[in-house]
Design a binder for this molecule. Structure first.
Ligand code: ADP
Ligand code: MG
Length: 290
């Protein structure tokens, strides 16, 4: 799997009085098995960008290649592209509509023209992947909690067995537990199935924990595109566009200013814990338990 975007520009309402740039000269390449975090303030172009990757929006100019093929060439199979690049919209539970959870998840595979057996096998696998216990499968999706509904919606996309899974703010509006459950399951898909993931998020904490690469959008432009530690090193620029590094990065920095010899680039709580315990052990102040 590979995605390549070259000089993408996108205008909403092109040719009307309301014409507005949403993407400006955005280029990148995504390789197999990457976990990409896409961040940026509201209106920076994240949702617009990801809808280009499965052909839902067509660039005003620029090119997109999927597995080396120009998706804008005549006769390109957009339907196949949509099956391979699975997109989970923001608040996807608004699109649940079947009478029961299992039928809802079957909807995508059914449209792919699969046999009943195959379709049901896909639905079972997808619901298991998102960790939704079997006792919910014959319930109405509307009886479930917010986090469960969202997992059903994600299962609906997984059941199509995409090569790439794109999730637009999948944790928005969930409580911390629902959020962690979803992120852990997404992370498992990446680790166990080597699925390529593009995670759109506002939360630096989430992104620092899971992504191996971060793309930062600002006013329709790609501002940074690098591993998390490198991106968070630009915390001053991030603050200027209303973002920030993870909170633990600031805590580590303050400790360093107070003379604690921590490394510069701590971005997760786990790393900070390890580093601090390491220091305590060195100075002989650590207890036997962590
Ligand atoms: P994000 O997902 O980062 O919040 P969007 O991609 O939704 O950003 O929006 C990028 C820009 O495009 C914003 O200025 C937004 O107002 C504008 N925009 C988004 N959707 C539409 C639309 N359907 N029609 C016109 N403008 C839009
Ligand atoms: Mg958005």
């Amino acid at each position: 799997m590979s995605i390549k975007a070259e000089h993408i520009n996108y205008l909403y309402g092109e040719g009307t009085a309301f014409e507005q740039y949403a993407l400006r000269d955005v280029s990148f390449e995504i390789g197999d098995g990457q976990f990409i975090g896409l961040i940026g303030h509201t209106g920076s172009g994240k949702s617009t960008l990801i809808q280009h990757l499965n052909g839902l929006l067509r660039a005003s100019s620029g090119k997109i290649y999927y597995n080396g093929e120009d998706i804008y060439q005549d006769g390109y199979d957009m339907r196949a592209l949509r099956n391979q690049v699975g997109l989970v919209f923001q608040y996807p539970e608004h699109q649940l509509f079947e009478v029961d959870v299992f039928s809802d998840v079957c909807f995508g595979p059914k449209n792919q023209g699969l046999s009943k057996e195959e379709m049901e096998a896909r639905a079972r696998e997808a619901l298991t992947q998102v960790g939704l216990s079997e006792r919910y499968w014959d319930q109405s999706p509307f009886e479930l909690s917010g986090g469960q509904k969202r997992r059903v919606a994600i299962a609906g996309v997984l059941a199509m067995q995409p090569e790439v899974l794109i999730l637009d703010e999948p944790t928005a509006g969930l409580d911390p537990r629902g959020r962690d459950e979803i992120l852990d399951q997404i992370s498992a898909l990446h680790n166990e199935k080597r699925m390529t993931i593009i995670l759109v998020s506002h939360s630096m904490e989430d992104i620092a924990r899971y992504a191996d690469r971060i793309m930062v959008m600002s006013h329709g432009e790609k501002l940074f595109d690098a591993p998390p530690k490198e991106v968070f090193g630009h915390y001053k620029e991030l603050e200027e566009i209303g973002l920030a590094a993870p909170q633990i990065t600031y805590v580590a920095r303050q400790l360093r200013e107070k003379g604690v010899p921590l490394e510069e680039d701590i971005t997760t709580v786990e790393e900070a814990k390890k580093a601090i315990l390491g220091l305590l052990k060195k100075t002989g102040k650590a207890g036997s338990k962590e």
